[in-house]
Design a protein around this ligand. Structure first.
Ligand code: NAD
Length: 488
């Protein structure tokens, strides 16, 4: 049985009060680990260690050294990718293939930021010859990094790589449901002999995250998770006006026009909706289909859904695993019922799959609800499970207005062969990512984040590093002499 501890100031430590929390395998509800349950007091210890490390020599290290560090982390993630993927599948339920993809993406994220950090240099401004005027980027300070349960280590990597790369110190708090890969990652960091306090891990519940958001010794908090926690973090962060990054939820329209390649659009609608059992912030859970192909599309989609193999993430044939927690299981089923009560038509799924293997664990059939209209709750709220809702539309303008009419703005997709329409829609959709004739691809090199209530700031890309820096104008007069403005 895995027993995890906290990693604070370069040491593995028990939490104050010795609390621990059982970590559950979502496929069979068995206990797979006992994770240290940190408290506010532990968060304070980690923040103090990160503060001391930031005020020491660490932040004066060279960009080249930090780039090398990120490369070494990427190599260690590659080395342990098999074990990390196993832990991710065990803890989240996603298929091993998906977890392996995550680990490849994590190593790529560290290498992306390594390349950016190595290329970093101050910009030289226009100034008189006897003056050195430079725009410098400096680390922000102590960063509190709070991550969710759906992509535990990947979301952490998007934050840890740029934070360390820019010369900050970090306190990482993974979700209390899925701490295992972040814990293993801390063991990899331990191999690097970083100065104590540069990297700290405090597993635990919301109060650990709240301490990171409130503490005046934390200079930046980057959070990925739900809107409620995001709102409370934003309020708490105002105490010392700390920098914030928020990656929140989404309600992402996947819009199919009648001129699209039907087979391909149906195929991708499955990826969009059922990758990681729909527990993806950018899941294409809100399918919108043009009138003239609507019925054929729904029929084809339901037929394909009936062939999705649900099962343990460790089985080779499995295409979709369980959802991650009992809470999610109950919430998703309640949303499906709410949709039916609002007048949606259940076309497929909507319940626990039949069979002995599905009796324990948080299993759900892939689910399709048709006849959904823009005003319904299921069309506007994040379901975060294997549920696709279908709305029909009659015109480009109608599709656009309905798609934009949610508070969210994370991702959207458009399916059409008409390039002009594709371009018009890409520009008019108010979302941080718009895919055309594809769904879900992202790259460490491209920015990720949401418009409107889907968040504040961006991760990845060039900006994903800049978010972890302060800009400074440094002006040095090499030959000072009296100015004479007020006379001699
Ligand atoms: P959550 O908000 O419940 O928890 C996220 C993290 O915040 C956890 O570590 C949790 O312990 C901590 N936390 C909870 N309350 C807190 C508080 N008041 N103060 C500080 N920390 C607190 O979210 P979740 O259920 O783990 O994740 C699912 C959500 O994350 C979904 O809404 C999903 O859309 C979103 N998400 C967004 C992205 C993105 O890139 N935009 C990516 C993945 C997930």
């Amino acid at each position: 049985m895995i027993e995890t501890r906290l990693f604070i100031d370069g040491q593995w430590q028990a939490p104050i009060g010795n609390g621990s929390r059982a970590i559950i395998n979502p496929a069979d509800e068995s206990v797979i680990a006992h994770a240290a349950d940190g408290t506010r007091a532990d968060a304070r210890r980690a923040i103090a260690a990160a503060r001391a490390a930031f005020d020491g020599p660490w932040r004066h290290g060279t960009a080249r050294e930090r780039a090398r560090l990120l490369h070494r982390i990427a190599d260690l993630v590659d080395r342990d990718a098999g074990e990390l993927a196993r832990l991710e599948t065990l803890n989240t339920g996603k298929t091993l293939g998906e977890s392996r993809t995550d680990m490849g993406d994590i190593a790529a994220t560290f290498r992306h930021f390594a390349a950016l950090v190595a290329a970093e240099s101050g910009a030289v401004n226009e100034a008189p010859h006897h003056v050195i005027s430079r725009t410098l980027r400096e680390p922000v300070g102590v960063c509190g990094l709070i991550t969710p349960w759906n992509y535990p280590l990947l979301q952490a990597a998007w934050k840890i790589a740029p934070a360390l790369g820019a010369g900050n110190t970090v306190v990482v708090k993974p979700s209390n449901l899925t701490p295992l890969t972040t814990w293993h990652f801390a063991r990899l960091v331990e191999e690097l002999d970083l100065p104590p306090g540069v990297f700290n891990l405090v597993t635990g519940g919301a109060e650990v995250g709240a301490e990171l958001a409130e503490s005046h010794d934390v200079d930046l908090v980057s959070f990925t998770g739900g809107a409620l926690a995001g709102e409370s973090i934003m309020k708490a962060a105002s105490g010392n006006f700390k920098r914030i990054g928020l990656e929140l939820g989404g309600k992402n329209p996947n819009i199919v026009f009648a001129d699209a390649d039907l087979e391909t659009a149906v195929d991708y609608a499955l990826n969009a909706g059922f990758f990681h059992a729909g527990q993806v912030c950018s899941a294409g859970s809100r399918l919108m289909v043009e009138d003239s192909i609507h019925d054929a599309f729904v029929e084809r989609l339901a037929a394909r859904m009936a062939r999705i193999v649900v099962g343990s993430g460790f089985d080779k044939e499995t295409q979709m695993g369980p959802v991650q927690s009992l809470h999610q299981h109950e919430k998703i089923l309640a949303m499906v019922q709410a949709g039916i009560a609002e007048g949606a038509r259940l076309v497929h799924g909507g319940k626990r799959p039949a069979g002995d293997v599905f009796r324990r664990g948080f299993w759900l059939e892939p689910t399709l609800l048709a006849g959904v209209t823009a005003g319904m709750r299921i069309a506007g709220e994040e379901i975060f499970g294997p549920v696709i809702t279908v709305e029909r539309f009659a015109s480009e303008q109608e599709a656009l207005s309905a798609a934009n009419a949610t508070p969210y703005g994370l991702a959207a997709a458009v399916w059409t062969r008409d390039l002009d329409k594709a371009n018009r829609m890409s520009r008019a959709l108010r979302f941080g990512t718009v895919w055309v004739n594809d769904y879900h691809p992202y790259f460490p090199e491209a920015p990720w984040g949401g418009f409107k209530s889907s968040g504040i700031g961006r991760e990845l890309g060039r900006i994903g590093l800049d978010e972890y820096t302060e800009l400074k104008h440094s002006y040095i007069n090499l030959a000072p002499k009296p100015m004479g403005w007020f006379g001699a």
